[in-house]
Design a protein around this ligand. Structure first.
Ligand SMILES: Cc1cc2nc3c(=O)[nH]c(=O)nc-3n(C[C@H](O)[C@H](O)[C@H](O)COP(=O)(O)OP(=O)(O)OC[C@H]3O[C@@H](n4cnc5c(N)ncnc54)[C@H](O)[C@@H]3O)c2cc1C
Length: 300
């Protein structure tokens, strides 16, 4: 942590917004995790470039963060710098059926923008509590649709600070995966292609989707959504339920009674509780069904 006085001075000198020792409980939907050394809130692309370059030059680890809805942060926190986009980077440009927007844009706000412009195709994302950056990274999806179906291209910054466009065919988008999981790139923007539809029908479809979510998901407790990926040929929630694990708890981490694919934080769950519970579930499910459940959430 010797780097903190210098980086603090650098950020102050360059008018870059930051917070020292930020509590990651406040920046994740799971409400779990210790403190991060420095959380930084870039306002411009140039600031992102300068922050990354400073970190690399000074050998300081850095990580990109959106709305923290798919991550589990260690109880000891994160050493280094978290570059958080969800406070900025939400401009939107609409041209015909296409919307270009930036990495910090909440999916919920983007869904409303599409609806208000009579543009359909994004309804599936209504209720996913992530940002555009996290959604591309994960190739977020629901109800049979995913980001892959609507994205045309994205822009990213590499470690040298150069900006590139990448076509969807080169993004290696698959079930909860993308090229960005293999490369240290910062996703900056995405352009999606939608189609015109009567806004009344769009609204009805969005209402149906949110009703399904409210009915099936434990939205009244902190969580990070589905903790495991869907294994080939089955569903994680179904397998976990079949093993009699609904409601099973370790500490304050509990397999949701409502949706066994979710782990909820009943109040003061720790990262340790969640990891122990995930390992317990993996073991039970494998022994009983021969399915190995892979983590969907990212442990940081
Ligand atoms: C109640 C609930 C329901 C959910 N339902 C769904 C669902 O139906 N479908 C679904 O797919 N997901 C779902 N999720 C999970 C989550 O919302 C999505 O995966 C979302 O896309 C994550 O976005 P985020 O901004 O929160 O990403 P974060 O959690 O902040 O980050 C996720 C990963 O993306 C990386 N990342 C974020 N921004 C960038 C960037 N700009 N450049 C490079 N890397 C970046 C991070 O480093 C991290 O590895 C749900 C979560 C909750 C809590």
């Amino acid at each position: 942590m010797d780097f903190i006085p210098c980086i603090r001075e650098y950020f102050l000198k360059n008018n870059i917004d930051f917070k020292l020792n930020a509590n990651m409980k406040e920046y994740t939907t799971f409400k779990i995790g210790g403190n991060i050394d420095i959380l930084v809130f870039p306002k411009t692309i140039l600031e992102i470039k300068n922050i990354i370059s400073y970190c690399l030059k000074n050998k300081i680890d850095h990580i990109f963060l959106g709305r923290g809805s798919n991550i589990l942060v260690d109880d000891n926190g994160i050493r280094g710098v978290g570059i958080l986009f969800s406070h900025n980077f939400s401009e939107t440009i609409i041209e015909g059926n296409k919307i270009k927007t930036y990495c910090g844009m909440p999916l919920s706000k983007l869904c409303i923008t599409a609806y208000e412009n009579s543009l359909s195709g994004l309804e599936f994302a209504w209720g996913i509590p992530g940002s555009v950056g996290g959604a591309i990274y994960m190739n977020a999806g629901a109800y049979g649709k995913e980001i892959k179906d609507i994205i045309i291209e994205a822009e990213y910054m590499d470690e040298k600070g150069d900006i590139y466009k990448i076509h969807k065919n080169d993004m290696e988008l698959g079930y909860r995966t993308s090229i960005f999981m293999k490369k240290p790139y910062c996703i900056l923007s995405m352009t999606i292609d939608l189609y015109k539809k009567n806004p009344v029908t769009i609204k009805q479809d969005m209402d149906d989707i949110i009703s399904k979510r409210l009915e099936k998901q434990p939205t009244n407790y902190p969580s990070a959504g589905s903790v495991f990926k869907r294994p080939n040929g089955s569903y994680a929630g179904f397998l976990i339920s079949e093993c009699g694990l609904k409601g099973y708890s370790i500490g304050d981490a509990q397999v949701s009674e409502k949706h066994a694919g979710f782990i909820i934080n009943k109040g003061n769950a720790t990262c340790g509780d969640v990891v122990s519970l995930m390992e317990y579930i993996q073991d039970k499910v494998f022994k009983k069904t021969n399915y190995y459940l892979e983590y969907e959430i990212k442990k940081i």
